[in-house]
Design a protein around this ligand. Structure first.
Ligand code: PLP
Length: 437
């Protein structure tokens, strides 16, 4: 299978090239040239299949021409080694808890897939097999998921750049204490400085001639496409409940829209999801697009659901591409909603008091979206993308009680920190990269 760029000005590439390049040379995002249908029989049996078996069928449909089946199977078993439970929260609403991975956030699965796919392709067909350097600028969560997902993956060296004093101690510990192939760089500056330094490195021809650089955010097909397993898995688990499977709606808390976009592709492949709800915080440029047909990106604003503070979602280009830019077709599959911090906090508090179910700020946005927009006869699934303990201060102040921090998370705090400190100037970063062993 070939991959084309959403800007249609670059050549089509193989899966391997799409993964190693990340972004297409024309600035577009890679998309699979065809969206293959999964045979209908699969959907009759999906309810009896495990997460790993479902993921294998889906992955094999997409990647089967490009990867050996044994390798693909092993990769899936390694990347999906934890539970993703579907929990009934209210009469017609279910939470898919995507936060049982190593860093308790949904990005764990995508990061693990990307790491292993990168290692697979880097070592295959006589590629030079040299080290691939993954650069990640982070305001907190991406760095921890990427660092843990790539830890000890052969042939890959990760460099996490983060702004000094602007990530929480627990987030910082998640990528500074790992060692091995994970380097943490503390930048005396802002997140935007970190991102600018990474961008400068990607466009630096001298660096490109010396080393292989790639990025690990959701522009990468290897991080973005595997997220579609969630949608199949959620649908499969819902089959053991007494609900009308023709009326299933999925609400996705969205920032860069990689997660939601992978669900749209799952639907194209045949998964019978009726429609999607794109749930946003105050960063609602996609909701504005759905309402008006006009897309106007703008600077992001800070909210309590900070992993979704995105003013120009990178995967929006993929969504437009999927629907040929036809606004009414986009609206037929996706409806939008947006909530401010007060509404998010109120939702966490009210649901905790009503049922005892503890939402994190991101899941709360999606849950609220279902509560407001589910129609008669529909059943809703919302994605719970982070463990509430990752947003301890917010959640505790809202519920007026303690949130226990899982051992896995607190264990990071006792590790030894290894950090390289740097000014927010590109030449310092370049020197560091060029000198890397
Ligand atoms: C990244 C993230 C999101 C948003 O996912 P996108 O694919 O960027 O839309 C939502 N919730 C949490 C907790 C996240 O870390």
């Amino acid at each position: 299978m070939k991959y084309y760029s959403t800007n249609h000005k670059s050549e089509m590439v193989s899966l391997k090239e799409a993964i190693i390049k990340g972004l297409a040379p024309d600035g577009g995002l890679y998309m699979p040239e065809r969206i293959p249908a999964i045979p209908a029989a699969f959907f009759r049996h999906i309810g009896e299949m495990s997460l790993q078996d479902i993921a294998y069928v889906v992955a094999n449909t997409l990647f089967g021409d490009d990867m050996e089946s044994v390798a693909l199977k092993n990769l899936i078993n390694e990347a999906l080694s934890f539970e993703i439970p579907l929990v009934k929260v209210a009469d017609n609403k279910y939470s898919l808890e995507l936060y049982h991975g190593p860093t308790l956030a949904f990005k764990d699965v995508g990061a693990r897939f990307m790491a292993r796919m990168l290692a697979y392709f880097n070592g295959s067909d006589g590629g030079d097999g040299g080290t691939v350097h993954v650069l990640a600028a982070t305001s907190g969560d991406t760095g921890s998921a990427v660092a843990n997902g790539f830890l000890d993956v052969p042939g890959v060296q990760v460099h996490v750049l983060y702004p000094k004093g602007k990530v929480s101690p627990i987030q910082e510990a998640q990528f500074t204490t790992l060692g091995h192939n994970i380097s943490a760089i503390e930048i005396d500056g802002t997140f935007d400085d970190c991102q600018a330094m990474v961008k400068a490195a990607f466009s630096d021809k001298e660096i490109a001639s010396k080393m292989f650089l790639t990025s690990a955010n959701s522009i990468n097909v290897a991080r973005f496409l595997p997220q579609m397993f969630y949608f199949y898995h959620a649908y499969a688990r819902l089959m053991s409940e007494d609900v009308d499977m023709k009326n299933v709606v999925v609400a996705v808390p969205s920032g860069n829209f990689g997660n939601l976009c992978s669900g749209l592709i799952a639907k194209r492949m045949g998964l019978p999801i009726k429609r999607f709800i794109a749930a946003n915080n105050r960063n609602d440029v996609v909701l504005q697009y759905l309402n008006s047909g006009v897309y106007s990106p703008r600077a992001s604003v800070a909210t309590v659901a900070n992993a979704m503070d995105v003013g120009d979602p990178s995967n929006f280009a993929r969504i437009l591409d999927l629907y040929g830019g036809v606004h009414k077709d986009v609206c037929a599959d996706i409806s939008g909603c947006a909530y401010d911090d007060d509404a998010i906090k109120r939702t966490i508090k009210e649901e905790y008091e009503r049922s005892g179910y503890l939402l994190d700020p991101h899941g709360a946005v999606a849950y609220r979206g279902l509560s407001d927009h589910l129609r008669q006869g529909e059943t809703g699934i919302f994605f719970e993308t982070a463990h509430p303990a990752k947003f301890k201060e917010t959640v505790e102040s809202v519920i007026g009680g303690n949130v226990a921090v899982p051992k896995r998370l607190s264990a990071f705090l006792s590790g030894e920190k290894h950090v390289t400190r740097m000014s927010a100037l590109y030449p310092a970063f370049k020197k560091y990269l060029m000198a890397f062993k």
